[in-house]
Design a protein around this ligand. Structure first.
Ligand SMILES: Nc1ncnc2c1ncn2[C@@H]1O[C@H](COP(=O)(O)OP(=O)(O)OP(=O)(O)O)[C@@H](O)[C@H]1O
Length: 299
């Protein structure tokens, strides 16, 4: 269940910057002074063109990369390296090929709970294998599974360690549309049921609208900025086959596409008056316009 009084800064990105040396000397700034926070149990997607720094942000949240300035904080503690508090689901499955489905998930559970006996580890792993619809396939090896099934194992493994945060880097982009839809449904259901906090990179506007509570819009790099935080006007209880009938669906969809097509390129050269990197504008596109919250500052 979702925490009724969630900490508004359960996850907090505070003024982070990432720079790399340029081939001919000097430095390229991928982004700097980036601020964004998430409540516990929130699902956020980040959208922006290739190279703007989405994976870099995700790697900083995962602890695989460190910011040159600023800090990323989870539940009051600065991230200082990878931790079982955070689980990542990638596009590829990165399963251990010699282990079964159960073996792959149990391996993660055993790493999290080193004092648990094998029977308890296996029972816990099985509960998550069941959650992603793979009961009956637990003794299969990855080579015997379809792409969608492998991705399910990755999801079960990530969820089984009951992380404070789930990080997803385009986890469904390599799947066919039908499998992608089913897995989106499952991830959404499980995140809602377990109050999981999730941060996902996607290039798919419809995926972001279906999954996210809020969508972070990043301008093109280098020196990418968070242009806005878009609040999803759709109700939290969503049904895939009905979302596009919601009166606000096309308002948010058009807003996101308009950003990707034009404003992601032009934003930096015409930064709106009063724009504050620390509190990017919060926009809630609705059929009646950008809604009463348009232009509100992020917390
Ligand atoms: N190790 C590195 N050395 C130099 N530049 C790097 C390094 N890693 C990333 N970059 C640069 O940082 C920028 C941001 O990369 P990043 O992978 O975060 O972008 P992205 O938005 O996730 O892109 P995509 O959507 O294509 O995955 C890119 O211009 C990339 O070339």
């Amino acid at each position: 269940m979702t925490d009724p009084t969630p900490n508004p800064k359960f996850i907090s990105i505070e003024g982070i910057a990432r720079r790399y040396p340029k081939a001919g000397g000097g430095m390229t700034t991928v982004f700097e002074d980036l601020w964004f926070s998430m409540k516990k149990g929130e699902f956020a997607c980040i959208i922006g063109h290739s190279g703007c720094g989405k994976t870099t942000v995700l790697n900083i949240l995962n602890g695989l990369d460190a910011p040159d300035d600023g800090a990323a904080i989870v539940d009051g503690r600065a991230i200082e390296g990878p931790s079982l508090d955070r689980a990542v689901i990638f596009q590829g499955h990165s399963l251990l090929p010699w282990r079964t489905v159960l073996g792959n998930v149990a391996y993660a559970v055993a790493a999290r709970h080193r004092d648990w006996p094998k029977a308890k580890v296996d029972a816990h792993a099985m509960a998550f294998i069941e959650k992603v619809g793979l009961k009956g396939s637990e003794l299969k090896k990855p080579s015997e599974l379809s792409g969608g099934m492998k991705q399910r194992v990755g999801i079960a493994r990530a969820l089984s360690i009951e992380p404070k945060m789930m990080l997803m880097d385009e986890p469904f982009s390599a799947l066919d549309a039908l499998t992608r839809g089913t897995l989106q449904d499952e991830v959404r259901r499980i995140c809602l049921e377990t109050g999981q906090t999730a941060f996902m990179i996607t290039h798919d506007v419809d995926e972001a609208i279906y999954l996210a509570d809020r969508i972070v819009l990043m301008t093109n790099g280098p020196q990418a900025m968070i242009a806005e935080i878009v609040e999803n006007p759709l109700p939290r209880e969503r049904v895939r086959t009905e979302v596009h009938h919601h009166p606000d669906y096309y308002a948010i969809r058009n807003h996101l596409i308009d950003f990707l097509v034009s404003r992601s390129k032009t934003f930096k050269d015409a930064v709106p008056e009063g724009y504050d990197r620390r509190h990017p504008p919060v926009v809630r596109p609705t059929a009646g316009g950008s809604g009463p919250d348009a232009g509100r500052k992020a917390a």
